[in-house]
Ligand binder design. Structure first.
Ligand SMILES: [Zn+2]
Length: 103
């Protein structure tokens, strides 16, 4: 449990500084990409309750430029629905700190 928390804190700290893909994160933290997705899902779910917000820049097709806009997901789509290319640029993730709401 402690390790899980530590990894999430690391992911959060990295994403507060710069935009990264799940693959970048898995390299930085030495955790499998699959685990990163699990952690991100958790961060996404809990971030609204905190003063942080996970911002997802959608994946896009490197070949035709198609943007996976509907897909507010952190995972990388396998194929472009338009041109069938598999040259997909992974979604980029960033954590924004929300301004304190008036209370
Ligand atoms: Zn395409």
């Amino acid at each position: 449990m402690e390790r899980t928390e530590t990894i999430r804190q690391k992911i959060t700290a990295l994403l507060e500084r710069t935009q990264l893909s799940a693959k970048d994160l898995s390299g930085e933290i030495a955790t499998s990409e699959k685990d990163i997705y699990d952690h991100l899902a958790h961060i996404q779910k809990t971030s609204n309750k905190r003063d942080r917000h996970l911002v997802v820049t959608p994946a896009h097709c490197r070949k035709c430029g198609f943007q996976f806009k509907k897909r507010n997901r952190v995972t990388r789509p396998g194929k472009c629905p338009l041109c069938r290319s598999e040259l997909i640029v992974a979604p980029l993730l960033l954590i924004e700190k929300a301004e304190k709401e008036m209370e």
